[in-house]
Write a new protein. Sequence first.
Length: 345
Amino acid sequence: MNRFLDMHSDFKFNGKAYNSKSFCSFANELLNSDEEFEKHLSKFVLDWFDENDFVEVTTSGTTGTPKVIRLKKEAMVNSALATAAFFDLKSNCKALHCLPMQYIAGKMMLVRAMVLGWDLDFVKPDAHPLDGNKTNYDFTAMVPLQVENSFEQLRLVKKVIIGGAKLSPDLARKLKQLPTAIYETYGMTETITHIAAKKIQDSGFSVLPGITVSTDDRKCLVIDAPRLSETKIITNDVVEIVGDDKFVWLGRFDNVINSGGVKLFPERIEEKLGGKIPHRFFVIGKPDNSLGEKLVLVIESSPYEIGSSAFDGLDKFEKPKEIVFVPKFSETETGKIKRADTIKK
């Protein structure tokens, strides 16, 4: 058995204590489960305790075709330790696992629990993970849809991290009313989930221990995380570095719109429009003979009249030149909107 993978003696799964041998036996029993999410759990546990020093993980496919990459188990352990240090999560932490096990976020919730000795409740990863719940939790990780559907029950959780998709300005405003400490995270499969986090009240992300950040000539984030990756990770996220360990996320380089020589960040414009459009939406660039690219507002709805007051607060370059209504956005399996695929429809 791999030398990195000693299980913490305090680890519990759905109220029962396990060591590595008994947890593998439990995973073997789940191989024949009728529930797909339990089969994914079983496969990962057996992969984790095999002789390989890596696990294979599928990327989300937000901006391209999903691909399978190999992550070192030692790096995943290091990621768990960095999360514990950053969020002050100790052994016997009561945690809720409600994410799909086939993706890195779900895998890492289990790794953290095994490495750090958490008391982990594992539930089906649906859109309403806290329905009927009366347990008080120290920690959980969710995607924005789960957070939105669990708004009232989130008071039972001390700390919540949100990842997988951008948090809408509307939802962020609502969440600030709660006593729960809620963090938005920054990361990807290649960085073994989050390498930075920020409270939703803050503007800048703080990096986790052992990580340094810089920018390339495009002003895109470069991540140096030697305990997670042997090489620096160059992203397509345009950021502003603030101090030694913080950055402000501006948007995706591949989403930037050059309209009449002015660079527009869709994510910044979407933030200004938050709360003014009662449907899911995004903005994107569309080829234009005079401007090069024109700004298009895409709304997930049947057509309706939009008052000009919706665009108050936008400067003249940020106001949409066209509005397109789409019945249903294209999404990845993890719920991220695929902008280019949606507009191609």
